[in-house]
Design a protein around this ligand. Structure first.
Ligand code: NAD
Length: 412
């Protein structure tokens, strides 16, 4: 089948490259010329496990352009829907992408993959499409991939949700997803939109619940991971998303929960649970600084930060918990030496003037303390000998060897 993917970010690239791997012809459209040029050269503009290799394998079926002149087949809208000041989402990119696609099509199917508030597809995007043609159908097909495992998750999802209004569109999408072995839930676009938000809100709540129990465990002097091991043995709960730490970040959970809260408020409902989750998550990263301050006044001290990405195996720093930690330390007069295997270039845009080190050793050299904020595997075994004071505070549970250091875990 022919496919056009509009927005070649984490979701768009994954969607397009995976569909190419399944034998489809894929055209990427993005307003970012640099991204498009990289794709044309067969270079993945972001890091995702296996993406570069899969792209190279399928370049004969992949095209890329920064203009909307040619639209082929089924169109997937994968542009960003970032937060506005009040927490609701900025729909301008999605509206623009849908309008530009519809302008250049006579009939066919536009599939919204971007995360949008319930009602958006039918009440806001469909009327834009219908200005140009009544023969174009619209679908909402939320994406549940995890960054870092995006290709795997796209090709092996727990479920495929298709929010659709007509049988022809449903047939087309089912055909496209046929090679993927997963249950397909067909529903209407508004239900599909809320399935996405409810799933993310539930996962974020699970993490936050573990953090809250973890904060209590810390006060009790016990290890929350032992507690959660026992909790997770209950099959109604399951062990996933119960790893306590500095809180959730990334481009989705914080943004989606804020959008849910803001959207519900406009409808006259205060989402108290979602609100509490966001508040706890805002405070959680600062707890590592409170722990550090048990040992020192951070003013004029050199603090090594290990881990800048919002989680391991990605270069994405959006809403990374390292951001509030670094900001607060700078405010308190500390000097930062940072290291991350993949995310340093991205973090330089947020904090251009902190020191970035190209190895763990260089970051630790003469540091007064070390904060571990991402669970990169290479942080499992660290030699802390070069530190001035060997104080290590861990916000993720990754470190194996704690000999010869003064150690604190955030919730253990
Ligand atoms: P991203 O920021 O990585 O990529 C968005 C891309 O869209 C960018 O390359 C941007 O240049 C491009 N773009 C913006 N406006 C455009 C336009 N008018 N025409 C063409 N291109 C345009 O975003 P992402 O992380 O891939 O997320 C995309 C959507 O998918 C969001 O709604 C997000 O909430 C949702 N989502 C993301 C994830 C994730 O893990 N990243 C998972 C599930 C769902």
């Amino acid at each position: 089948m022919d496919i056009t993917v509009i927005g070649a970010g984490y979701v768009g690239l994954t969607t397009g490259v995976a569909f190419a791997e399944l034998g489809n012809n894929v055209r990427f459209i993005d307003i970012d010329e640099e991204k498009i040029n990289k794709i044309k050269e067969g270079v993945a503009p972001i890091y995702e496990e296996g993406l570069q290799e899969m792209m190279e394998r399928n370049m004969s079926r992949i095209k890329a352009a920064s203009s909307y002149n040619e639209i082929d087949g089924v169109v997937f809208i994968c542009v960003g829907t970032p937060s506005l000041q009040d927490g609701s989402i900025n729909l301008e990119y999605a509206k623009e992408a849908v309008e530009n696609a519809a302008k250049n099509m006579e009939e066919g199917l536009i599939v919204i993959k971007s995360t949008v508030f319930p009602g958006t597809t039918e009440k806001i995007l469909l009327p834009i499409v219908e200005k140009y043609s009544k023969k174009i159908s619209i679908a909402m097909n939320p994406e549940f991939l995890r960054e870092g495992k995006a290709l795997h998750d796209f090709l092996h999802p727990d479920r495929i949700v298709i929010g659709i209004r007509d049988e022809k569109g449903e047939r087309l999408l089912k055909e496209l997803y046929k090679p993927i072995d997963a249950p397909v839930l067909v529903t209407n676009p508004t239900v599909a939109e809320l399935i996405k938000y409810a799933s993310n809100a539930f996962l974020a709540t699970k993490i936050t619940f573990a953090n809250e129990i973890g904060n209590l465990a810390k006060l009790l002097g016990i290890d929350v991971y032992e507690v959660m091991k026992g909790v997770a043995m209950d099959h109604r709960i399951s062990p996933y998303f119960l790893n306590a730490g500095v809180g959730f970040g990334g481009s989705c959970f914080p943004k989606d929960l804020k959008a849910l809260r803001a959207g519900a408020k406009k409808l006259g409902y205060d989402m108290l649970l979602v609100d509490a989750v966001l508040k706890i998550n805002d405070e959680q990263p600062l707890r590592v600084i409170k722990l550090l301050e048990k040992y020192m006044d951070v003013r004029n001290k050199t603090i090594a930060i290990l881990g800048l990405a919002f989680k391991a195996n990605t270069d994405d720093i959006r809403e990374s918990r390292a951001i509030p930690v670094i900001r607060e330390l700078l405010k308190k007069g500390a000097k930062i030496k940072a290291y991350d295997p993949m995310a340093m270039e991205n973090m330089k845009r947020v904090f251009p003037s902190i020191e970035y080190c190209d190895s763990i050793d260089k970051a630790l050299d003469s540091a007064d303390a070390c904060l571990i904020l991402t669970d990169w595997k290479e942080f499992e075994n660290i030699d802390f000998q070069k530190m001035r004071k060997k104080i290590v505070i861990e916000g993720r549970r990754i470190l194996k060897n704690k000999e010869g250091i003064i150690y604190e875990g955030i919730c253990w």
